[in-house]
Design a protein around this ligand. Sequence first.
Ligand SMILES: NC(=O)c1ccc[n+]([C@@H]2O[C@H](COP(=O)([O-])OP(=O)(O)OC[C@H]3O[C@@H](n4cnc5c(N)ncnc54)[C@H](O)[C@@H]3O)[C@@H](O)[C@H]2O)c1
Length: 419
Amino acid sequence: MKSTIRDLTLAPLGQSKIDWVAPRMQVLNMIRKEFEEQQPFAGKKVVICLHLEAKTAYLAHVVRAGGAEVTVVASNPLSTQDDVVAALVQQGIEAHAWHNATEEEFKQHLQLALDTEPDFIIDDGGDLVSTIHTTRPELLNKVKGGAEETTTGVLRLHSMARDGVLKFPMIAVNDAQCKYLFDNRYGTGQSVWDGIMRTTNLVVAGKTAVVAGYGWCGKGVALRAKGLGARVIICEINPIKANEALMDGFEVMPMSDAAKSGDFFITVTGNTDIINKEHFVLMKSGAILCNAGHFDVEVNVAQLKELAISVRQARTNITEYTLPDGQLLYLLAEGRLVNLAAGDGHPAEVMDMTFALQALSLQYVALNYDKLSTEVYQVNTEIDEKVAMLKLQSLGLSIDTLTKEQVGYLASWSSEEKS
Ligand SMILES: NC(=O)c1ccc[n+]([C@@H]2O[C@H](COP(=O)([O-])OP(=O)(O)OC[C@H]3O[C@@H](n4cnc5c(N)ncnc54)[C@H](O)[C@@H]3O)[C@@H](O)[C@H]2O)c1
């Protein structure tokens, strides 16, 4: 085993981070026990391409407990925690990643991980799947399938399937209810503000937060901004989502209007060029800009650089841009996912559900790949409900069950039975 990491001596610190999250991921622990007994991945190789922090490291251990030979690689150059990957390597898991890898190094790491010739993969954002299809055609017969973590990756997979180029089945973990209702909404909601607050050390109450995108993530970011005492403005392109934001109690307006009053700008659309030159010039001096969408294309950093008369590092993870009129704009984490590039990502209890879905979806692929075609599959309802039930169980909670009469009542259609 040959890993490509920065510094193995960081392992004890990384191990303490993994040890902190492991007992807080109770659903994953229950699945780990099942995996240890059933060995669903015995003799198989798995490449995991996710944000390399403690919760992901624990998922890697759980997949290995199911019999797999696991290799991890980063899904984003800024979210890798060098101490965590060092701890993985020390525990015998191959890793190819370091924090702040250049574009070239990032691509090299993906190639090194693929040199292990995986049977199954877990991807986040679609870079691993895309790299296999575009640069490693010899692996298209070897990789039997996998699972995708996020909205942007699932969109890319659907585009590949539509164009007839997807060559193995992928499960859209993002689209499971136990994923987006909790991870995208509450996970992103909390961790984005954690990232902003720990990086800036500024007050949120009484300020104006502009959230671009009122999807599952945007709803969480807006909800938590409100809870922190901010005035919240939503920018959307979808009239239904805009109405929803309005009825949830937020102001709605285009970015060209919101740009003038925001103190914090958070993009979370999964789209490109959300905040551009024409918006930067309208902003108040001191405005904080950041992104929580998968790729660093939502805040137009190239235009911000072009516009600026000077650029300097104001503090760790904060770049200060001085505009010609003297306004100072502050960009967090270079416009990459602020909660992961300037924080520790979602809380462990939330990632417990997401990674339980990942583990069970990977098991589903491992047991059924010969029956699956080269499509994007939804997570089975049984898996989604199993994760929800295990989560309640881990919290010591139970819920009611339908009586026989209630089942009959819900299934009936005649007026006599209904009244
Ligand atoms: N930071 C994280 O930890 C994290 C977690 C989950 C997902 N994500 C990523 O966040 C992004 C959003 O995910 P989601 O699940 O909320 O997606 P979603 O599809 O539920 O929501 C995206 C919203 O953005 C809106 N939108 C699109 N273009 C826009 C524009 N030009 N201006 C304003 N609004 C626009 C859409 O109408 C939609 O309502 C994706 O890239 C996803 O991969 C990040």
